[in-house]
Design a protein around this ligand. Structure first.
Ligand SMILES: [Zn+2]
Ligand SMILES: [Zn+2]
Ligand SMILES: [Zn+2]
Ligand SMILES: [Zn+2]
Length: 307
């Protein structure tokens, strides 16, 4: 990865004369972006994103971008602080003892660097100063969403259309068009509450998608069922919608009205905040009728747009 001694020398010597330097470029090939950016540095204080300086900031060990403190070995090989703590004080490039040498020059260069958001290919066209880029990316509205399916560790991420297709194809989730619903949940052995039933239905309404969850869980020591809606979109948009849920039987009824939480919040976070319809098991069994050995709940609901 690192240029050998000969190549480095050539760059330094040719630096003051641009013409000579350009003539030498052909030989260098892989290192060309690196040397081009060294010239750009002198000419401009702010370095535009088209420049290849950011490649210098890629840790040669883990390939992620380096943030201060950036370290280097006595020969000048750089590495990130995460990698430094993993390599037992030995430079991974030249095997020399590392010590604690900071690469202040590179840290300084990074300060003046402007880079596009890493989600540029997903639609974000903003440009950021190097050190504010990370912060933006944690909240960038173009960052991929996690799979909203609950009850399994699913590592799939993507935009909403990708996730809708994934839920349908890989999790066999039911898809419904429309803003009202009427669902029956039936379970043969409702006393095994820890054997939770994870159910998910996706609703397509107002051109947006919503996930309706229904499941059993232990609230403290009390077994309960819960149902709530999540919005497949940004949390800044969730307040545009409201929903209601209703469950009942034999003259009694429980209702819930709420705001569908964005899938930016994890399923577990929404469930544990009890932001949905909570049905104590006793009541659920009462609504189910019969001999209390079977859960038969009818949940009706509606999604509407707030003006
Ligand atoms: Zn690293
Ligand atoms: Zn080294
Ligand atoms: Zn962004
Ligand atoms: Zn998934």
């Amino acid at each position: 990865m690192a240029p050998d001694g000969g190549v480095c020398k050539q760059v330094v010597e040719s630096h003051p004369k641009h013409v000579k330097y350009d003539a030498g470029m052909g030989k260098m090939e892989k290192n060309s972006t690196l040397t081009k950016s060294a010239i750009g540095l002198g000419e401009k204080h702010r370095i535009p994103s088209t420049n290849g300086v950011h490649e210098l900031l890629e840790c040669p060990v883990c390939a992620s971008l380096m943030y201060p403190p950036i370290y280097q070995c006595p020969n000048g090989h750089t590495l990130c602080s995460d990698c430094k703590s993993r390599v037992h004080n030995c430079c991974p490039t030249c095997r020399l003892e590392l010590g604690n040498i900071r690469c202040l020059a590179l840290e300084k260069v990074a300060e003046s660097l402007e880079l596009p958001c890493r989600y540029q290919s997903l639609g974000c066209h903003d440009i950021f100063l190097y050190y504010s880029k990370l912060k933006h990316e944690q909240h960038c509205r173009f960052r991929p969403y996690n799979c909203p399916y609950a009850g399994s560790e699913c590592s799939i991420t993507g935009d909403i259309p990708t996730l809708v297709a994934h839920l349908k194809d890989d999790h066999n989730v039911d898809m419904h068009d429309g803003c009202t619903f009427n669902h029956r949940y039936v379970k043969a052995n409702p006393h095994e509450v820890e054997n939770a039933t994870w159910m998910l239905t996706v609703f397509n309404c107002y051109g947006r998608q919503f996930c309706l969850h229904f499941e059993a869980f232990q609230l403290g020591s009390a077994p309960v069922y819960t149902s709530f809606l999540r919005f497949m979109g940004e949390d800044s948009e969730e307040k545009k919608f409201s929903y209601s849920l209703e469950v009942g039987g034999y003259g009694r009824k429980l209702t819930w009205q709420g705001v569908p939480r964005s899938i930016r919040d994890s399923h577990r976070k929404v469930r544990d905040s009890l932001d949905g319809l909570i049905i104590p098991r006793n009541l659920a069994l009462f609504f189910s009728g019969g001999n209390r050995e079977e859960l038969k709940l009818r949940v009706t609901g509606r999604i509407w747009k707030e003006q």
